[in-house]
Design a protein around this ligand. Structure first.
Ligand code: PLP
Length: 407
């Protein structure tokens, strides 16, 4: 049986050589390779500073802390995203305020964002105060889901009006842009991921991108236990003195072994994104010809989609189904049958309001964020990676066609 995974990282001898370099040098904790990797990624995105971390989740947490998010504050996050976006907010002690998305782009719904600000908050002394809890609204964490930038200019306009912080969750969106401006240039900071499901990988890993040089310095300190070199050690070259710790920081350092892998991967980024964009175009064409039940992902004018994942939606109308729940059952059935036939697919991502912790803590029901709920139940990620051939893709689509016809 032909086996097709949903994704597969792309490595060559260069990863092995650079990792060996790192081992040979004896420098395996964060060091020169990580510094070089940071510069490469920041340069690729046109941002001044890159601060590497152990994951996008820790990057988000670190960026949020550095931008002042803490207990007694709210952060607005989309309801359809990987749970790490919300979890990072919870880790700071702040409260995530969920907002719905658009089904077409899977990204934050601007009308709902405006509505939530207008209905949930009172403006007092230039701050937005949550009417129920008294929390201060700190900012917005929009997600560029699956490699497509959200309507970030609209998010920024709202943030500017209310003096809010914007941190882009660009975990999926390294290389994504709008009219040539890359993710990371829009918000106060952005966070990318190097998990194997993302475009390039360091095993686990993440990076904060920011143009704020002073803040990047503070992020680097927080990344290393909140340590700063004391004035004495700096001025008098007293290398034997331990650093100062004026803040309770974290250990979120990437290893140099990962940095080595990252350097080799960063060189492949454009090639990987191109292969995925080409693959997405092939799927778009095949689906238009053969699968009317599928709604293909959109790439609005001016947007550059990196297709970290190629995610379709099932059309309830075309399937003749009358509820999202029934659509979800059909979807799960279909994905199970595909798995049995050796084709790995996945649901797009979660409706976070339906996950135990968030559902129980806030008492959410599916209809609270109905688009997120629909995308949770009706989305399908198709296999896409470097090395997947046009023939493989046709095989995937033909197998889906035959499977649906049997159902
Ligand atoms: C993958 C992902 C994360 C978490 O990334 P890690 O590097 O695995 O921590 C966060 N947000 C979104 C939107 C993601 O897709």
């Amino acid at each position: 049986m032909k086996k097709i995974p949903v994704t597969k990282p792309y490595f060559t001898e260069e990863e092995i050589e650079l990792i060996k370099d790192s081992l040979d040098s004896g420098w395996v904790a964060q060091g020169p390779k990580v510094a070089e990797f940071e510069k490469m990624i920041a340069a690729h995105e046109g941002i001044a500073q890159g601060v590497a971390t152990t994951s996008a989740t820790t990057a988000l947490h670190l960026a949020m802390v550095a931008h002042g998010l803490t207990t007694g504050m709210d952060a607005i996050v989309p309801a359809f995203t990987f749970v790490a976006t919300e979890n990072a907010v919870v880790t700071t002690g702040a409260t995530p305020i969920l907002v719905d998305i658009y089904q077409e782009t899977f990204n934050i719904n601007i009308e709902d964002l405006k509505n939530i600000i207008a209905t949930k908050y009172d403006k007092k002394d230039g701050k937005l105060i949550n009417k129920e809890t008294g929390n201060v609204l700190w900012g917005i964490v929009p997600v560029h889901e699956f490699g497509l930038c959200c309507d970030i200019y609209a998010v920024n306009a709202i943030a500017k009006e209310h003096n809010l912080v914007v941190i882009e969750d660009a975990a999926c969106a390294l290389g994504a842009s709008i009219n040539g401006v890359h993710q990371g240039a829009f918000g106060n900071s952005s966070c990318v991921s190097f998990h194997p499901r993302k475009s390039i990988t360091t095993g686990e890993g993440g990076m904060i991108l920011t143009d704020d040089v002073a803040l990047a310095k503070r992020m680097r300190e927080l990344r290393t236990h909140g340590s700063t070199v004391s004035a004495d050690a700096r001025d008098k070259g007293k290398g034997f003195l331990l650093p100062e710790h004026n803040e309770a920081g974290f250990n979120y350092r990437m290893t140099d072994v990962q940095g080595a892998m990252g350097i080799a991967q960063a060189k492949k980024l454009d090639l990987i994104v191109k292969a995925k964009r080409d693959g997405a175009a092939i799927y778009n064409k095949l689906i238009a010809e053969k699968l009317p039940e599928f709604i293909t992902p959109v790439e609005p004018e001016g947007y550059f989609h990196t297709y970290q994942s190629y995610v379709c939606m099932l059309s309830l109308e075309k399937l003749g189904l009358d509820s999202i729940k029934a659509g979800g059952e059909f979807r799960n059935n279909l994905l199970q049958k595909l798995e049995d036939k050796g084709i790995a697919t996945r649901q797009g991502t979660h409706a976070v309001h339906m996950l135990g912790y968030y559902k129980n803590r806030f008492g959410f029901v599916p209809e609270d964020f109905v688009n997120a709920y629909a995308c949770d139940h009706l989305s399908i990620t198709l296999p896409l990676y470097v090395g997947l051939t046009a023939e493989d893709q046709e095989y995937v689509i033909d197998t889906i066609r035959a499977t649906i016809d049997e159902m």
